[in-house]
Design a binder for this molecule. Structure first.
Ligand code: SAM
Length: 235
């Protein structure tokens, strides 16, 4: 079954392509143009396309004001962090049946909720360490697809350069392939069952959206949200 997949906050196209390789109707969306100049990229604010009928949404919001690695600057960035958290809440409350939001170890855990799982690139074919937290909505945890040796934190050792943030934030292809394979299958099967029929929950989109707003503190589109906060995109 072909799914409509939104990969929000992605300029690289790595995740979008992994889903397209399996035949899904996947689109990336970012304020920046697509690095691979794909026609399946929406260069716009992801908040403007959340309600466009997606089955699965994968979000990579900026972690500049959220990652605990930047904790020493938190006290000077209260407004930016509040806005970044509002952005995350809005994405988690999107009217999409299946959602994953990824970020490094961040204040999302203490301010919104703990992640459902923490994955590593070495679990999916890349001999590197980079703890990545996943907040899942209606999705099972990702199963390691190819555990390999090597525990080098390569991305953090890159020399300073204007494009360093791009390399550090780029999705690992092995992780993208595992998500496309496992969650593509899962969502396709789930979509064959009338939504909510298995547990008597809300079966309509409005009901799902209302439930999410209750769960995540409810913010409507663009409620005090600024996309990047002024530090430039990146991690
Ligand atoms: C940490 S990077 C994620 C990169 C991603 N893993 C990839 O492989 O392309 C965060 C991205 O979010 C984008 N972004 C920030 N605010 C956005 C918004 N409101 N709508 C769409 N994209 C946004 C930035 O331009 C940046 O490219």
């Amino acid at each position: 079954m072909k799914l409509r997949v939104l990969v929000g906050c992605e300029f690289s196209g790595v995740m979008r392509q992994a889903f397209r390789d399996l035949g899904h109707d996947a689109w990336s969306c970012d304020l920046l143009p697509a690095e691979d100049v794909s026609p399946f990229h929406l260069q716009c604010d992801v908040r403007d396309v959340l309600a466009d009928g997606w089955t699965l949404a994968i979000f990579h919001p900026p972690c500049t004001h959220l990652a605990v690695s930047g904790a020493r600057w938190f006290k000077d960035k209260v407004r930016e962090q509040t806005e970044a958290l509002a952005f995350v809440r809005l994405l988690l409350a999107a009217p999409v049946p299946h959602i994953v939001l990824e970020n490094p170890v961040s204040v999302i855990s203490s301010r919104i909720r703990k992640p459902n799982q923490i994955i590593q690139p070495w679990q999916h074919g890349h001999g590197e360490t980079k703890a990545t937290c996943l907040w899942l909505v209606n999705l099972p945890p990702l199963v390691p697809s190819n555990v390999v040796a090597g525990r080098e934190g390569r991305v953090w050792k890159m020399p300073p350069s204007p494009d360093r943030w791009r390399e550090r934030s780029r999705t690992f292809p092995g992780v993208a392939a595992a998500m496309a394979e496992q969650w593509g299958d899962y969502c396709a099967r789930a979509e064959l069952v009338p939504r909510g029929a298995e547990n008597g929950a809300n079966t309509n989109k409005e009901g799902i959206a209302n439930e999410r707003r209750r769960q995540y503190g409810g913010c409507s589109k663009r409620d005090g949200v600024d996309s990047e906060g002024g530090d430039g995109p990146g991690r």
